[in-house]
Design a protein around this ligand. Structure first.
Ligand code: NAD
Length: 351
């Protein structure tokens, strides 16, 4: 269940999506699985294609058990045309979330990142064209902006990515435009700004900043900050990103490669974030205070990230349904429960 309802849009979304075949690439991943859950709530018939390279089936298994007639999982890569053909047959909407989604991972494995994020998107667009899909909604990234001067970032700013990841995600946006122009396939790119929420993985070396801070503080360790911590981010609760996908997919506008910032429209420094996580999940004022650990900044990271969301608001009727504070509260509660579950399991208890 979505944590925050979107009553202003629900009736129209249900009408537009009930009984429609939707395919979510990367639907076992963090954002993809939240989107799958919401599509099922709105009555859609959902297919997922995912190779499980960076996710497990933990989020989808309960949905597959509950709704076997409306959810089908295809284990396969977006680089495999047969698997894509199978997943897209009779689909009218494709939500393209599959990617290798981390800047540090792309710094270590730039070729693999390019293959999945860019060539993979090319394959998705070809398969969508061949299956006569009505619209592809692409999960793009604010990393496309890089360190271009000027805040907040508007879609009119010239993108200048500074990481292999940002470059691969931007190149895929251009492919979306080219497919709309050349083949008449309707596409739309949503540039997400730091999405966070329940189930985002804390247990990988490439974990995002919120999962990483939460799991360290819950384990009694100091949050680790790269650089001085004054870098800022427009943290976006996952329900907001899901809503943007649904509005983009069902919009009556003849979308042909449009790009939309998808964010909260406010920013928080990493230092402020660390303080909030410690205040909510730390051991309390009576215990030894948790200090912050500072290490060298990472290559490929941008300094500030803050979105102008007026274009998506005007064109698609989007507005954030959860503020940063509301989303953070729900998310940190989830990490606390996750930590307790994991601790019980590793002590021989039951999950
Ligand atoms: N999380 C964010 O803050 C954020 C910000 C900007 C953009 N995005 C984009 O949003 C999308 C979803 O991100 P996420 O945070 O849910 O990441 P995620 O890593 O949780 O999900 C990505 C999914 O893609 C799957 N995948 C990877 N390679 C694949 C392949 N070759 N074939 C099929 N499936 C494959 C993974 O197994 C995983 O389930 C990505 O495209 C990412 O680039 C995310």
């Amino acid at each position: 269940m979505a944590s925050f309802p979107s009553p202003r849009h629900d009736d129209r979304l249900r009408e537009a999506l009930e009984g429609r075949v939707c395919c979510v690439t990367g639907g076992a991943g963090f954002i993809g699985a939240h989107l799958v859950e919401r599509l099922l709530e709105l009555g859609a018939i959902v297919r997922v294609i995912d190779d499980l390279s960076t996710a497990t089936l933990d989020a989808l298994n309960p949905l597959l058990e509950r709704q076997p007639e409306r959810l089908r999982f295809v284990r396969g890569s977006i680089l495999d045309d047969d698997a894509l053909g199978d997943a897209f047959s009779r689909a009218s909407l494709v939500f393209h979330c599959a990617a290798l989604s981390s800047i540090p991972r792309s710094v270590e494995h730039p070729e693999r990142s390019w293959a999945v994020n860019t060539t993979g998107t090319l394959r998705v667009l070809l398969a969508a064209r061949d299956a006569a899909v009505r619209r592809v909604v692409y999960s793009a990234s604010s990393s496309a902006y890089g360190n271009t001067p000027g805040l907040p970032k508007a879609e009119t700013h010239t993108p200048a990515p500074v990481s292999p990841y940002g470059a691969s995600k931007l190149a895929a946006e251009h492919l979306c435009v080219a497919f709309s122009e050349t083949y008449g396939l309707s596409t739309v790119s949503l540039r997400y700004f730091n999405v966070f929420g329940p189930r985002q993985r804390p247990d990988t070396p490439y974990a995002g900043v919120i999962p990483s801070f939460a799991s360290r503080v819950l384990g009694g360790e100091a949050p680790r900050i790269f650089g001085d911590g004054e870098q800022s981010r427009d943290f976006t609760f996952v329900d907001n990103a899901v809503l943007a996908n649904l509005l983009a997919a069902t919009s009556d506008r003849p979308l042909a490669g449009e790009v939309y910032n998808t964010a909260t429209g406010s920013r928080v420094t990493v230092n402020e974030l660390a303080e909030r996580v410690i205040a909510k999940l730390g051991p309390g004022p009576a215990a030894q205070p948790i200090e912050i650990e500072r290490i060298e900044p990472r290559p490929g990271e941008v300094r500030h990230s803050h979105a102008d969301i007026s274009r998506i608001t005007n064109d698609l009727g989007y507005e954030p349904i959860a503020t940063f504070d509301q989303g953070l509260d729900v998310t940190l509660d989830w990490y606390r429960a996750w930590h307790e579950r994991t601790a019980k399991t590793s002590n021989g208890g039951v999950r």
